[in-house]
Design a protein around this ligand. Structure first.
Ligand code: AMP
Length: 190
């Protein structure tokens, strides 16, 4: 299986690039953020819980997110692989993902980490808010909080994969197509 962690701060382009990667490599796209938003729309219990964190730009607790991720992976029969988009976001989630994948005789192939300058992230998020309708994209205070959470809790996950020699840094600045080409080149070289 080709299992890719597509990593990067909010606004790095993980969702956009995931769409391209899944069609080229026939992978399943698994975005915990998308799943939470679908649950919020469907007014499920999980949605209500997730909303209380997402609206503040905080992380949904690990226990909830890890259980969700496991059950989503198991929904797919014989997949070629997964793009994990927005997961793992903590070291605990990364450890749980490894443990779970090994229990189904699989593993993470690589982490592709998109590097984007902070000013550019803020510009992209404000622009996305105009079309996404996401409250957490529209409020500068929530954006600041999400970036701070990324720096403090999520960025350290890079060293988790670096220690396994699985971290590949990708320049996430420039056009969407250029970034896609860089991702393809890194995947094809591995
Ligand atoms: P995203 O769509 O990836 O930007 O995620 C939107 C929001 O969903 C985040 O700001 C978090 O509140 C929550 N979320 C998504 N994925 C995770 C995760 N792996 N762990 C905790 N919270 C998450």
């Amino acid at each position: 299986m080709l299992n890719i962690v597509l990593f990067g701060p909010p606004g790095a382009g993980k969702g956009t690039q995931s769409e391209r990667l899944i069609s080229r490599y026939n992978l399943v796209h698994l975005s915990t953020g998308d799943i939470f938003r679908a649950n919020i729309k469907g007014e499920t219990e999980l949605g209500k819980l997730a909303k209380s964190y997402i609206d503040k730009g905080q992380l949904v607790p690990d226990s909830v997110t890890i259980d969700l991720l496991r059950s989503e992976v198991l929904k797919h029969d014989n997949p070629k692989g997964f793009i994990f988009d927005g997961f793992p976001r903590t070291q605990k989630q990364a450890g749980a993902l490894d443990e779970f994948l090994s229990s189904i005789n699989s593993s993470i192939s690589m982490m592709l980490s998109l590097d984007v300058e902070e000013d550019e992230l803020k510009t992209r998020l404000m622009k996305r808010a105009e079309v996404s309708g996401r409250a957490d994209d529209a409020d500068p205070k929530i954006i600041e909080n999400r970036i701070a959470v990324y720096k403090n809790e999520t960025a350290p996950v890079k060293s988790y994969y670096d220690n396994q020699n699985k971290l590949i840094g990708i320049d996430g600045m420039g056009s969407v197509n250029d970034i896609t080409d860089r991702l393809y080149a890194s995947i094809d070289a591995n």
